[in-house]
Write a protein that binds this ligand. Structure first.
Ligand code: WT7
Length: 650
């Protein structure tokens, strides 16, 4: 992404949070309470003893019985809070429902059509308990994996919490993915129970989710029961003995359900994410360390206080939603906004009207959303009162300095610091991030969170003081994923083998003279489309699964709104097909196979793809062509003439 990188290299502006914000911040108070007089003192103390730092934070949560040790690090395997007995749901729900927060609003839910529902901590607790009891009646046991495919409705966090409560792991699949993605993830996880809904609306259009799920259930041999939420009141077919309505599951169930006593290291969830091969990776997170890490980062980075209204405008189907819509905000006992729909529906003022009407104080969204609103223009946010906002956040991809400045000015009224948080599905929590006491540079994720040893290294693993290199993490952190589900070799191979014992993030970054990190994007064959990780291999396999296709190569092309767009070059089996129409057919094909986010924006039909003599598709060359860059030396290719054809096609 040369354009992006050059712009980042030139960025010299700095911003300092106001004294009010920094002096009143949670991190400042925490340092005072621990006798630390400056942030550098905290960083040093935490580096000297990460165990001390994480022990202090773990001590702010409730444990059924104490851990014996904070950390056992046997690279690449870490265990945190050993032998501790814990359940995230006890911390996220039970203790609030039985304490002073019981009548506090946990979630304000707004549907796309404008309907608003609220749930207090006590109400949420009861709903989780009745559903947890219902799951038990359906035969779900501790250690099972329940697969969930739900839109952004309250039943989604309720289902996740109910699983965690009884010790089952959940595997949530983003509802914007198509049902085949759900099928593959069910089969990888081996779930007996699936949870879905009749349907939901996206931009006013009805998506018939249950009907889609029906098409894959003949290919999921482990599934015995399917729970269906009635959300849109659709007529759906319910198979006797297999399908059951959510409202029937909870009917007559007790409001109390004992919270399973889990070991710190017991699985909490699996979340599938894209890797360099077509097969998604089942990232596994556990109860203890995960909870401590996400709690600490939400508390210090987004600085939430008792009366905050927190809006993490992500989908729960991604890690951002798991960590910062479901678990961490509930652990902290704050009020969160949960939004079902699209940010610019029915008009580009929707998002800002919601900030105004619900009095949102801290807003966390993605650069792609910021850039979209930049395009609509500041006249939209200007119509609303955004003075409730105190802090802003960004996640998912590098935020261009101009988008940062726009966000800071037109949304944050020049007073809200922007927390550009770098992390991944695998990391579970923010790893490189500003705090509300940091000096900010637009486009930089600033510095590692206390105890995190991040570094930028060359191919030999040697630290680089300037220039781009592999972003690696040298130290373990509590919310780190523990393995890839049912694929422990790939865990080691994909993340820990290039530099043994060091975590390879897959991102390229650069350090500046002040030690600030500038993340530049993925270095592997993974695309970042509107903040969503999509593997080129997955899209290629989907295209090639079409009967008329012989071969496909997929590359990313920089886009001013989405970050990257997907470009596909396709070789057909028969050249006689109607080419015009075929491009649409392929786009729809990918939409149905994977989901709208993975559908290519450009499909070019060509007669050949550039290849090495050993037959490997040269994506580097194709990438250069779509970016209008020099393709370099192509004389060693098996078929250099393919390059000129591609150039013409593009
Ligand atoms: C990839 C992880 C973490 C939640 C959302 C995505 C990119 C994430 C930033 C940021 C630059 C970022 C990286 C990373 N990314 N945050 N602040 N600046 N890039 O989770 O799907 O696991 O994707 O998103 O490339 O590797 P994910």
């Amino acid at each position: 992404m040369p354009g992006k990188v050059d712009a980042l290299l030139d960025e010299k502006r700095i911003f300092k949070p106001s004294k009010d914000i920094s002096d009143g911040s949670n991190i400042q108070k925490w340092m005072e309470n621990h006798g630390l007089s400056s942030y550098s003192e905290l960083i040093e103390a935490a580096a000297r003893s990460p165990e001390w730092f994480w022990d202090e934070l773990a001590g702010e949560l409730e444990w059924f019985s104490p851990y014996s040790d904070v950390l056992k690090w046997d690279p690449p395997h870490a265990e945190w809070f050993l032998e501790g007995k814990f359940n995230v749901v006890h911390n996220a729900l039970d203790r609030h429902a039985k304490g002073p927060n019981k009548d506090k609003t946990a979630y304000i839910w707004e549907g796309e059509s404008g309907e608003v529902r609220t749930l207090t901590y006590l109400e949420l607790y009861k709903k989780v308990n009745t559903f947890a009891n219902g799951l038990k009646r359906l035969g779900v046991e501790k250690g099972d994996v329940v697969s969930i495919y739900l839109p952004m409705i309250p039943e989604l966090p309720i289902a996740m919490l109910a699983c965690a409560k009884i010790g089952a792991a959940h595997s949530v699949v983003f509802s914007g993915f198509w049902a085949k993605a759900f099928r593959d993830r069910i089969n990888d996880a081996g779930s007996n129970v699936a949870i879905t809904a009749d349907g939901f609306k996206r931009r006013g259009k009805l998506i018939e989710l249950k009907e889609a799920v029906d098409t894959i259930l003949s290919q999921t041999p482990t599934i015995e029961r399917v729970v269906v939420v009635e959300h849109e009141g659709l007529e759906v077919s319910m198979e006797e003995g297999r399908d059951i309505w959510w409202h029937e599951v909870v009917q007559g169930m007790d409001y109390e359900c004992e919270t399973e006593v889990m070991d710190s290291e017991d699985p909490l969830f699996i979340l599938y994410t894209s890797g360099t091969t077509g097969k998604p990776k089942g990232v596994l997170h556990v109860h203890g360390g995960y909870s401590v890490g996400i709690y600490a980062t939400l508390k210090f980075v987004f600085d939430l206080k008792d009366n905050d209204i927190w809006w993490c405008a992500a989908d729960i189907g991604w890690i951002t939603g798991h960590s910062y819509i479901v678990y961490a905000p509930l652990i902290m006992g704050v009020t969160s906004l949960l939004y079902e729909g699209t940010p610019d529906y029915p008009d580009p003022g929707r998002f800002w009207r919601m900030v105004q009407d619900h009095g949102v104080t801290v807003l966390y969204t993605a650069p792609t959303t910021v850039r979209m609103f930049m395009k609509y223009g500041e006249k939209w946010p200007a119509q609303y009162d955004l003075s409730s906002l105190r802090l802003l956040g960004s996640v998912g991809e590098p935020i261009n300095p101009e988008a940062w400045i726009w966000y800071h000015k037109h949304i944050g009224g020049d007073r809200c610091p922007v927390m550009d948080t770098w992390w991944q599905t695998e990391t579970g929590m923010h790893l490189i991030t500003p705090l509300p006491i940091s000096t900010l540079k637009p486009g930089s994720a600033v510095k590692p969170f206390p105890t995190i040893e991040a570094d930028v290294v060359d191919d030999n693993g040697v630290s680089l003081k300037s220039g781009g290199g592999h972003l690696v993490i040298r130290s373990p952190w509590p919310s780190m994923f523990r393995t890839l589900y049912r694929d422990p070799e790939r865990y080691v191979e994909a993340y820990w083998s290039k530099f043994p014992g060091v975590y390879l993030s897959g991102d390229v970054a650069r350090l500046d003279e002040d030690g600030y990190f500038w993340i530049q994007g993925r270095e592997d064959d993974v695309l970042n489309v509107a903040g969503h990780r999509i593997s080129t291999a997955e899209v290629e396999s989907s295209i090639v699964s079409h009967h008329a296709v012989a071969e496909a190569a997929v590359v990313g092309k920089p886009s001013s709104v989405k970050g990257e767009e997907i470009c596909a070059f396709v070789v057909l089996k028969e050249t006689s097909t109607n080419l015009e129409n075929f491009q649409h057919i392929l786009k729809d094909h990918v939409k149905i196979e994977i989901g709208p986010v993975a559908s290519p924006s450009t499909v070019k039909i060509v007669s050949d793809l550039p290849k090495t003599r050993s037959g490997k598709i040269m994506r580097r060359v194709i990438k250069a062509i779509v970016r209008g860059e020099d393709v370099g030396d192509v004389s060693t290719l098996a078929n250099p003439e393919a390059v000129s054809e591609l150039k013409k096609a593009f």
